[in-house]
Design a protein around this ligand. Structure first.
Ligand code: HEM
Length: 194
Protein backbone atom coordinates (compact mmCIF):
# COMPACT_ATOMS: atom_id res chain seq x y z
CA UNK A 1 0.00 0.00 0.00
CA UNK A 2 1.31 3.50 -0.83
CA UNK A 3 1.55 6.07 1.99
CA UNK A 4 -1.44 8.18 0.80
CA UNK A 5 -3.50 4.95 0.57
CA UNK A 6 -2.39 3.96 4.10
CA UNK A 7 -3.34 7.34 5.54
CA UNK A 8 -6.70 7.26 3.70
CA UNK A 9 -7.39 3.74 4.99
CA UNK A 10 -6.46 4.72 8.55
CA UNK A 11 -8.78 7.76 8.51
CA UNK A 12 -11.69 5.69 7.17
CA UNK A 13 -11.00 2.86 9.65
CA UNK A 14 -10.96 5.36 12.55
CA UNK A 15 -14.27 6.88 11.40
CA UNK A 16 -15.77 3.37 11.14
CA UNK A 17 -14.62 2.59 14.70
CA UNK A 18 -16.09 5.89 15.92
CA UNK A 19 -19.49 5.17 14.30
CA UNK A 20 -19.42 1.56 15.52
CA UNK A 21 -18.72 2.84 19.05
CA UNK A 22 -21.59 5.35 18.84
CA UNK A 23 -23.99 2.74 17.41
CA UNK A 24 -23.10 0.23 20.13
CA UNK A 25 -25.17 2.31 22.55
CA UNK A 26 -28.20 0.56 21.01
CA UNK A 27 -26.66 -2.84 21.79
CA UNK A 28 -25.73 -1.90 25.37
CA UNK A 29 -29.10 -0.27 26.11
CA UNK A 30 -31.57 -1.73 23.59
CA UNK A 31 -34.57 0.55 22.99
CA UNK A 32 -37.73 -0.71 24.72
CA UNK A 33 -40.23 1.55 23.02
CA UNK A 34 -40.66 2.90 19.49
CA UNK A 35 -39.89 6.40 20.85
CA UNK A 36 -36.51 5.18 22.07
CA UNK A 37 -35.92 3.71 18.57
CA UNK A 38 -36.11 6.94 16.51
CA UNK A 39 -39.91 6.84 16.67
CA UNK A 40 -39.85 3.90 14.24
CA UNK A 41 -42.79 1.54 15.02
CA UNK A 42 -40.63 -1.42 13.93
CA UNK A 43 -37.64 -0.17 15.96
CA UNK A 44 -38.30 -2.83 18.61
CA UNK A 45 -36.75 -5.31 17.87
CA UNK A 46 -35.38 -4.44 14.41
CA UNK A 47 -33.12 -1.51 15.33
CA UNK A 48 -30.98 -3.71 17.61
CA UNK A 49 -30.83 -6.47 14.99
CA UNK A 50 -29.92 -3.88 12.33
CA UNK A 51 -27.19 -2.29 14.45
CA UNK A 52 -25.71 -5.68 15.46
CA UNK A 53 -25.34 -6.77 11.82
CA UNK A 54 -24.28 -3.36 10.51
CA UNK A 55 -21.63 -2.78 13.22
CA UNK A 56 -20.15 -6.21 12.45
CA UNK A 57 -19.91 -5.32 8.76
CA UNK A 58 -18.52 -1.84 9.48
CA UNK A 59 -15.74 -3.09 11.76
CA UNK A 60 -14.75 -6.18 9.73
CA UNK A 61 -15.03 -4.55 6.29
CA UNK A 62 -12.10 -2.19 6.82
CA UNK A 63 -9.84 -5.14 7.77
CA UNK A 64 -10.42 -6.78 4.38
CA UNK A 65 -8.54 -3.98 2.60
CA UNK A 66 -5.26 -4.61 4.47
CA UNK A 67 -3.05 -6.32 1.83
CA UNK A 68 -1.26 -8.56 4.39
CA UNK A 69 -4.57 -9.88 5.72
CA UNK A 70 -5.85 -10.41 2.18
CA UNK A 71 -2.80 -12.50 1.34
CA UNK A 72 -3.45 -14.71 4.39
CA UNK A 73 -6.21 -16.71 2.71
CA UNK A 74 -7.88 -18.31 5.74
CA UNK A 75 -8.39 -15.15 7.89
CA UNK A 76 -9.57 -13.23 4.79
CA UNK A 77 -12.16 -15.94 4.07
CA UNK A 78 -13.45 -16.11 7.64
CA UNK A 79 -13.59 -12.35 8.14
CA UNK A 80 -15.32 -12.15 4.73
CA UNK A 81 -17.96 -14.73 5.67
CA UNK A 82 -18.79 -12.87 8.89
CA UNK A 83 -18.88 -9.56 6.92
CA UNK A 84 -21.41 -11.09 4.49
CA UNK A 85 -23.49 -12.37 7.42
CA UNK A 86 -23.37 -8.90 9.04
CA UNK A 87 -24.55 -7.28 5.78
CA UNK A 88 -27.39 -9.81 5.36
CA UNK A 89 -28.63 -9.33 8.93
CA UNK A 90 -28.03 -5.54 9.02
CA UNK A 91 -29.43 -5.05 5.50
CA UNK A 92 -32.58 -7.16 5.99
CA UNK A 93 -33.38 -5.39 9.28
CA UNK A 94 -32.51 -2.00 7.66
CA UNK A 95 -34.96 -2.78 4.84
CA UNK A 96 -37.69 -3.63 7.35
CA UNK A 97 -36.98 -0.42 9.33
CA UNK A 98 -37.01 1.69 6.17
CA UNK A 99 -40.67 0.81 5.52
CA UNK A 100 -41.69 2.74 8.65
CA UNK A 101 -39.09 5.53 8.79
CA UNK A 102 -40.43 8.57 10.63
CA UNK A 103 -39.38 10.57 7.54
CA UNK A 104 -41.98 8.87 5.30
CA UNK A 105 -41.93 7.32 1.82
CA UNK A 106 -38.97 9.33 0.46
CA UNK A 107 -36.75 8.00 3.26
CA UNK A 108 -38.24 4.53 2.68
CA UNK A 109 -37.10 4.76 -0.95
CA UNK A 110 -33.63 6.09 0.01
CA UNK A 111 -32.84 3.67 2.83
CA UNK A 112 -34.76 0.81 1.17
CA UNK A 113 -32.78 1.22 -2.08
CA UNK A 114 -29.56 1.28 -0.06
CA UNK A 115 -30.54 -1.91 1.79
CA UNK A 116 -31.43 -3.83 -1.37
CA UNK A 117 -28.24 -2.82 -3.23
CA UNK A 118 -26.10 -3.50 -0.14
CA UNK A 119 -27.41 -7.07 0.06
CA UNK A 120 -27.30 -7.69 -3.71
CA UNK A 121 -23.74 -6.34 -4.26
CA UNK A 122 -22.43 -8.24 -1.25
CA UNK A 123 -23.99 -11.52 -2.41
CA UNK A 124 -22.60 -10.96 -5.92
CA UNK A 125 -19.15 -10.37 -4.39
CA UNK A 126 -19.43 -13.50 -2.27
CA UNK A 127 -20.58 -15.61 -5.24
CA UNK A 128 -17.71 -14.31 -7.39
CA UNK A 129 -15.20 -15.35 -4.68
CA UNK A 130 -16.74 -18.82 -4.36
CA UNK A 131 -16.54 -19.24 -8.14
CA UNK A 132 -12.90 -18.06 -8.19
CA UNK A 133 -13.66 -14.90 -10.21
CA UNK A 134 -11.42 -12.72 -8.06
CA UNK A 135 -11.40 -9.56 -10.23
CA UNK A 136 -15.22 -9.53 -10.10
CA UNK A 137 -15.10 -10.34 -6.38
CA UNK A 138 -12.92 -7.29 -5.79
CA UNK A 139 -15.19 -4.99 -7.81
CA UNK A 140 -18.41 -6.08 -6.09
CA UNK A 141 -16.84 -5.87 -2.64
CA UNK A 142 -15.57 -2.33 -3.31
CA UNK A 143 -19.17 -1.39 -4.23
CA UNK A 144 -20.49 -3.20 -1.14
CA UNK A 145 -17.98 -1.38 1.07
CA UNK A 146 -18.90 2.00 -0.46
CA UNK A 147 -22.47 1.29 0.68
CA UNK A 148 -21.34 0.17 4.14
CA UNK A 149 -19.67 3.58 4.46
CA UNK A 150 -23.13 5.19 4.10
CA UNK A 151 -23.21 4.83 7.91
CA UNK A 152 -20.20 7.17 8.09
CA UNK A 153 -21.33 9.72 5.47
CA UNK A 154 -24.83 9.86 6.99
CA UNK A 155 -23.37 10.84 10.34
CA UNK A 156 -21.12 13.47 8.74
CA UNK A 157 -24.10 15.11 6.97
CA UNK A 158 -26.62 15.05 9.85
CA UNK A 159 -24.59 17.27 12.24
CA UNK A 160 -23.95 19.68 9.32
CA UNK A 161 -27.73 20.05 8.88
CA UNK A 162 -28.02 20.87 12.57
CA UNK A 163 -25.07 23.29 12.59
CA UNK A 164 -26.42 25.10 9.49
CA UNK A 165 -29.88 25.15 11.14
CA UNK A 166 -31.51 23.70 8.02
CA UNK A 167 -35.04 22.30 8.00
CA UNK A 168 -34.45 18.80 9.41
CA UNK A 169 -37.15 16.65 7.71
CA UNK A 170 -36.51 17.49 4.01
CA UNK A 171 -32.78 17.28 4.58
CA UNK A 172 -33.11 13.93 6.35
CA UNK A 173 -35.10 12.70 3.34
CA UNK A 174 -32.42 14.00 0.95
CA UNK A 175 -29.67 12.44 3.07
CA UNK A 176 -31.36 9.03 2.83
CA UNK A 177 -30.04 9.17 -0.79
CA UNK A 178 -27.03 11.48 -0.37
CA UNK A 179 -25.47 9.15 2.20
CA UNK A 180 -24.92 6.43 -0.42
CA UNK A 181 -25.39 7.56 -4.06
CA UNK A 182 -22.16 9.68 -4.19
CA UNK A 183 -20.26 6.86 -2.39
CA UNK A 184 -21.40 4.42 -5.04
CA UNK A 185 -20.50 6.78 -7.91
CA UNK A 186 -17.02 7.28 -6.44
CA UNK A 187 -16.59 3.51 -6.05
CA UNK A 188 -17.67 3.05 -9.68
CA UNK A 189 -15.11 5.62 -10.89
CA UNK A 190 -12.42 3.89 -8.77
CA UNK A 191 -13.31 0.39 -10.05
CA UNK A 192 -13.27 1.52 -13.69
CA UNK A 193 -10.10 3.62 -13.31
CA UNK A 194 -8.23 0.69 -11.71
C1 HEM B 1 -25.78 0.29 4.41
C2 HEM B 1 -27.00 -0.10 4.65
C3 HEM B 1 -27.87 0.48 5.74
C4 HEM B 1 -29.21 0.68 5.66
C5 HEM B 1 -30.11 0.36 4.49
C6 HEM B 1 -29.63 1.26 6.92
C7 HEM B 1 -30.94 1.60 7.23
C8 HEM B 1 -31.34 2.18 8.41
C9 HEM B 1 -32.67 2.63 8.70
C10 HEM B 1 -33.87 2.52 7.75
C11 HEM B 1 -32.66 3.16 9.95
C12 HEM B 1 -33.87 3.76 10.67
C13 HEM B 1 -34.00 5.22 10.26
C14 HEM B 1 -35.41 5.75 10.36
O1 HEM B 1 -36.29 5.10 10.94
O2 HEM B 1 -35.60 6.84 9.79
C15 HEM B 1 -31.32 3.05 10.45
C16 HEM B 1 -30.89 3.49 11.68
C17 HEM B 1 -29.63 3.27 12.19
N1 HEM B 1 -28.58 2.64 11.56
FE1 HEM B 1 -28.58 1.99 9.68
N2 HEM B 1 -28.53 1.39 7.73
C18 HEM B 1 -27.43 0.91 7.06
C19 HEM B 1 -26.14 0.84 7.51
C20 HEM B 1 -25.77 1.04 8.82
C21 HEM B 1 -24.46 0.78 9.33
C22 HEM B 1 -23.26 0.21 8.54
C23 HEM B 1 -24.48 1.12 10.64
C24 HEM B 1 -23.28 0.95 11.51
C25 HEM B 1 -23.13 1.29 12.66
C26 HEM B 1 -25.83 1.60 10.95
C27 HEM B 1 -26.28 2.05 12.17
C28 HEM B 1 -27.52 2.60 12.43
C29 HEM B 1 -27.89 3.24 13.65
C30 HEM B 1 -27.02 3.43 14.87
C31 HEM B 1 -29.22 3.67 13.50
C32 HEM B 1 -30.06 4.45 14.52
C33 HEM B 1 -30.04 5.90 14.13
C34 HEM B 1 -28.96 6.68 14.81
O3 HEM B 1 -28.85 6.64 16.04
O4 HEM B 1 -28.21 7.36 14.06
N3 HEM B 1 -26.58 1.53 9.81
N4 HEM B 1 -30.52 2.45 9.50
Amino acid sequence: MSWPARIGWLLIALMCLGIAGYASKYLIHPPRTAEEALGNPLGVPFLVIHVAGAVTALVLGSLQFIPALRRARSPHRWVGRVYVLGVLVGGAAGLILSTRSFAGPIATAGFGGLAVLWIVFTLLGWRAAVQGRFADHRRWMIRSWALTLAAVTLRIYLPLVQVAELDFLPWYQAISFLCWVPNLLLAEVWVRWR
